[in-house]
Write a protein that binds this ligand. Structure first.
Ligand code: PEP
Ligand code: MG
Length: 399
């Protein structure tokens, strides 16, 4: 039986060394699930609220735990997530915290899978899910809010679109990361790493494009399949709403100039993917850019924040061709899956994603496989990133 008998909550460390929430759930027949909440640095203004871990845990113990223990079945994910919403009583989880909610939601799914003796992706995706595995987007150079004194654009991503398998794609991204390190060294550029394990050199965006293009070309030649480039501009972080301009280190761009700039980059570098090219309130600007580019996925992260209401707004005006899905942006697995389903019904590509602050938790690898998402964004190297990538390799072996 999957009746939840016990929920334990504790503070653990995330990859930035901050406290985050970990949940453990035990079921009546001894099933066990453990999950932890990630945390963002370049968070969207419309994300669910995550208070400090200690406060979130205290609130969840008071409001949510008594409503679930002995009363809700872990295998019934919708009921678990409805109980979390009812316990919280707000739209944005500001009572118990999205960090408490998402860790309990994910731990329940894992406890149910354990009780059933099934892998998590199978429990979440069911027997008749598709058999495609997601292609990983690997962050190889990063700046913005994820590193000091580095690029303006937050993420330069390797996109191994021609990889014959997810495993080949994972290794290709790591090879691009290594090649970027070598090319930077050849140029005499010292580089530490940012929050997600990507190189964080003190170079301008133009040089980063050159370096990543050289690295993807070099590795594509070695592995014999196509590797494109992608970006997360995280443009909301550089948008100055008072002046109505995007602030770059060396220049500023009006919204029209920003659209022009990103469209030119997409053309010049054959970008397969651009996330958050414009401010999180600019549904119309996103739509203009999506219309301008042919081959480039335009993805909304801060724009949609995994929220079906914001996604509906974007669908009405054709704002984007892809949506980033981060379970902790919205607070439960059910809400995240609803966003994936609405996106797919309307022709948008779902991209399941990590946060810049992560743990060893591997739920998103299973979620991506369960939902047949074509892409997963979870870094290229660093332990908390390879935890998910290695899980994908294991899943590919058995799925
Ligand atoms: C992963 C990202 O960063 P953060 O978790 O800081 O929002 C992102 O912006 O896509
Ligand atoms: Mg983003």
């Amino acid at each position: 039986m999957t009746l939840v008998t016990e929920i334990r909550l504790r503070e653990i460390l995330d990859s930035r060394g901050n406290a985050t929430v970990e949940a453990e759930i035990t079921t009546e027949s001894g099933g066990f699930g453990r999950a932890a909440a990630p945390s963002g640095a370049s968070t969207g203004a419309h994300e669910a609220t995550s208070p400090p871990a200690g406060e979130a845990i205290a609130a969840a113990r008071e409001h949510a735990v008594p409503r679930i223990e002995g009363q809700v079945y872990a295998g019934d994910q919708r009921s678990i997530d409805a109980a979390l919403r009812a316990a919280d009583g707000t739209d944005d989880f500001s009572t118990i915290g999205a960090n408490s909610a998402v860790s309990i939601s994910m731990a329940a799914a894992k406890a149910a899978a354990d009780t059933l003796g099934a892998p998590l992706y199978q429990h979440l995706g069911g027997a008749f899910r598709g058999d495609e595995l997601p292609t990983p987007l690997g962050n190889v150079i990063g700046g913005g809010e994820h590193a000091a004194d580095a690029t303006d654009i937050q993420e330069f991503l390797a996109v191994p679109i021609g990889a014959p398998s997810a495993t080949d794609a994972v290794f290709a991204n790591a090879a691009v990361h290594e090649a970027v390190g070598e090319i930077l060294a050849d140029r005499g550029v010292p580089a530490a790493k940012g929050d997600e394990g990507a190189w964080a050199p003190s170079i301008d965006d133009e040089e980063a494009f050159e370096v990543v293009a050289a690295a993807t070309d070099r590795v594509a030649d070695e592995v014999g399949f196509a590797i494109s480039m992608g970006l997360d501009v995280a443009a909301a972080e550089m948008y100055d709403a008072d002046d109505g301009v995007y602030q770059y280190s060396d220049t500023e761009r009006t919204p029209d100039e920003q659209i022009e700039y990103v469209a030119e980059l997409a053309d010049e570098y054959d970008l397969a993917y651009v996330e958050d090219p414009l401010d999180e309130e600019d549904f119309a600007g996103f739509a203009e850019l999506t219309d301008r580019v042919d081959e480039t996925l335009i993805c909304g992260d801060d724009l949609f924040v995994t929220n079906v209401e914001r996604l509906e707004r974007g669908i009405e005006v054709d704002s984007a061709s892809a949506i980033l899905v981060k379970p902790n942006q919205i607070g439960t697995l059910s809400d995240a899956v609803d966003a994936v389903e609405l996106a797919v019904e309307n022709g948008l590509t779902p991209v399941i994603s990590h946060r810049s602050g992560e743990t060893e938790d591997t739920t998103i690898a299973h979620l991506a496989v369960a939902t047949d998402a074509p892409f997963i964004k979870t870094g290229a190297v660093a332990g908390e990133r390879t935890a998910k990538l290695n899980e994908l390799i294991r899943i590919e072996e058995t799925a």
